[in-house]
Design a protein around this ligand. Sequence first.
Ligand SMILES: Nc1ncnc2c1ncn2[C@@H]1O[C@H](COP(=O)(O)OP(=O)(O)OP(=O)(O)O)[C@@H](O)[C@H]1O
Ligand SMILES: [Mg+2]
Length: 422
Amino acid sequence: MSDPINIGEKVIEGKTKIVFKLPDSPNGGHVLIRSKDRITAGDGARANEMIGKAEISTSTATSIFGLLNECGVPTHYVRRHSAKEFIALHCHMIPIEFVTRRVATGSFLRRHPGVKEGYRFCPPLLEYFFKDDANHDPQWSYEQLVEAKLDIGGVVIGANEIAQINHMTACIFEILERAWSVTDCSLIDMKIEFGVVNATKEIVLADIIDNDSWRLWPSGDRRLQKDKQVYRDMKEITAEGLAVVKKNFEWVAEQAKKLSRPITGRVAILMGSAKDAGHVSAIAKVLQSLGVHVEQHVCSAHKGTVDTLKVLARYEGDDVSTVLIAVAGRSNGLGPVLAGNTILPVINCPPWSESAGSLDAWSSLRLPSGLGCSTVLSTDGAALCAAQMLASNKENSTLWGRLRARQVMMKVSLLQDDAKIQ
Ligand SMILES: Nc1ncnc2c1ncn2[C@@H]1O[C@H](COP(=O)(O)OP(=O)(O)OP(=O)(O)O)[C@@H](O)[C@H]1O
Ligand SMILES: [Mg+2]
């Protein structure tokens, strides 16, 4: 059951979705996107009714948008409204399909004879296709896109805006690729669309990402493909063939629900004295903003060696991935003692003292041989370093996504600042 909602006039109707205004939303800035029970291919040349497709597609799209929003990627998605509908920010759409490829297949092979299927693009390859069904969505070069100077709701899509979109596109692909790889599915390629939010003029991921937006090969094996390619490849449409396609779409929708995974692992911050609590809380804040579980202890390697090793033993006594951060002023015995007694990664993050910081730092840097701890002076840096260690665990794909989006959005925000001062 969905809450009652005042649906306004139709904004646009396409082959698979209808968009309606929502006059009672904040400043009327939201739209309702309703999916149809319809599957199409070949720019609409092939089209079939498929009962249940709208619900399956909405389920996949809202799972994907949920994950991307959780990671901090800007999207138009607000919330799911009903089985076949979701609420989004009203956008002016950029009429370009932004395609990302990890593995060469399909149309790329036809356009690039000599390249074998399976060639891996590192980094993923980006391509642009102008949305024009009548002309079969022609490919555009970067130069064509820049020169088109598309005016989208007052924002001209120039070099700066394209750079922002390129960063976001690659980031979205990588986040989804990693999330899918946990279930042993290879994301081969992906096509997405961006819009300019009417109200804020921000460029965001819009339209939908569903099983029509990518190639998805379980175990990296094309013969096992689960995406819409199965429908495109059908020589003639049969009821049995459509049933297989629908089953694949359902399977993908179910798997997509699991793509946003709980963040696993923990960071234990050990401080030599309770006086270091302020420094520790600055580290903890960054980790908690990423969703990482943090525990704190007061223990001194110099004055309470046995008790410190007991704390360490607790972190070694279960199966939870753990990164240790040692916070100790003056002479940092804590980090090096931990590093000499555990295989868990240890990061020293000594609080900086104005009077003797440069002397104190040597106790973290000049270590006895055979110790493998690292030292990061900034609280931000230590937290990010610890989070990146946890994110190297393949299961931690949501944490990886949050870190990647944070990194990429720094690049995007620099570009936005650059655009403002021009
Ligand atoms: N947040 C949004 N605000 C306004 N329009 C949107 C938004 N998200 C998607 N749209 C537009 O909704 C339309 C309907 O989608 P649908 O995918 O059914 O169209 P289509 O037949 O595939 O045509 P197209 O080739 O334009 O995608 C598309 O033109 C899409 O750009
Ligand atoms: Mg479309």
